[in-house]
Design a protein around this ligand. Structure first.
Ligand SMILES: Cc1cc2nc3c(=O)[nH]c(=O)nc-3n(C[C@H](O)[C@H](O)[C@H](O)COP(=O)(O)OP(=O)(O)OC[C@H]3O[C@@H](n4cnc5c(N)ncnc54)[C@H](O)[C@@H]3O)c2cc1C
Length: 284
């Protein structure tokens, strides 16, 4: 199906792009177009104006900023997955990006686009939450930072205002390891998550001093499950400690039954994948 008629603009600066968004309520940002265009073709979304950010300089980089790495708004999933910086400092995100969709999607879709889209079953959303990332939004009032744990508000709804652009995501360095794993919808791993979990741990001297686990695919939004991390702190991260902590994987989550599984099945998978992600993060 063809989308409804729309205007198209490709500004060359963030300020110009924000100005269009601020002036036109019906305007929508386009990055890779991998989620936006299908929605438009199905006529589930009909923006009056597409603001293509693809020609804005400087958004296509992954940068080492000392205490964090920054991933710009035009960095593709494939680049995030292959980046040595991401693989070393944020393996959970590299793994989530490598498990996002198929080759075409990974070559076109952007990490920030996936985060801004806020699909309940997306992969990189859980990874950035577990990694304690910060989202950088640019709007008419300037720049603001949003913690990843607060960024995902509801199904397909992020904390971005309609006239804001997610210009980069910042991932703090540090910790002993991180990992992401999921069950994909068609039974494999390269598809939206029926259930997935990302884990980050810090275990400096044989004892876990901090841990974060985020889940995706099982509820109304990807989210941090504080109880899992809290149960691990002070332990040695043994298989028994991981299994006990993973039992908390659905605490605070509003479970959502869908075509791919009942609430009970999703709850079970969340515990399995939380344990797998933690095991991999501790072995990292
Ligand atoms: C066949 C297929 C399979 C897929 N499988 C998976 C999968 O297994 N796992 C997974 O996680 N995802 C999957 N996806 C989604 C894919 O990862 C998309 O690329 C991603 O969700 C959106 O990135 P994009 O750059 O294409 O964004 P776009 O499609 O351009 O935009 C998506 C939405 O985000 C907004 N947006 C984009 N960038 C910004 C920005 N910088 N600032 C503000 N708003 C912005 C747009 O306005 C739009 O509302 C799949 C998609 C397809 C088509």
């Amino acid at each position: 199906m063809y989308p409804r008629k729309f205007d198209y603009t490709a500004p060359q600066t963030i300020a110009d792009a924000v100005a269009v968004l601020a002036a036109d309520e019906g305007a929508k940002v386009m990055a890779g177009g991998m989620s936006l265009l299908p929605l438009m073709k199905m006529r589930l979304l009909s923006p009056a104006t597409i603001v293509d950010i693809g020609r804005i300089d400087g958004l296509d980089r992954i940068e080492d900023r000392g205490d964090h790495i920054a991933i710009g708004a035009l960095v593709r999933h494939a680049e995030t997955a292959a980046s040595d910086l991401v693989r070393v400092h944020a393996p959970a995100l590299a793994q989530a990006a490598s498990l996002t969709g198929d080759v075409q999607v990974r070559n076109k879709g952007t990490t920030c686009g996936s985060l801004a889209h806020a699909d309940i079953a997306a992969d990189q959303t859980a990874a950035v939450i577990a990694l304690g990332a910060t989202m950088v939004a640019n709007g008419p009032g300037g720049t603001r930072e949003i913690a990843a744990a607060d960024f995902f508000v509801d199904t397909l709804t992020s904390a971005l205002a309609p006239d804001e652009i997610l210009t980069e995501v910042r991932i703090p360095k540090g910790g002993s390891g991180s990992a992401y794993d999921k069950l994909g919808r068609r039974g494999g791993r390269s598809d939206y998550a029926v259930a997935g979990a990302a884990a980050w741990v810090d275990k400096p001297n044989g004892t876990i001093t901090a841990a974060r686990v985020a889940v995706t695919g099982i509820g109304t939004k990807p989210m941090l499950v504080d109880a899992v991390g809290a149960a691990l702190v002070g332990t040695d991260g043994s298989p028994e400690a991981i299994a006990a902590a993973a039992e908390h994987a659905t605490e605070g989550v509003t479970l959502l039954e869908d075509l791919y599984g009942s609430e009970e099945y999703k709850a079970h998978l969340a515990k399995v994948y939380a344990a797998r992600a933690l095991t991999a993060a501790l072995g990292d």
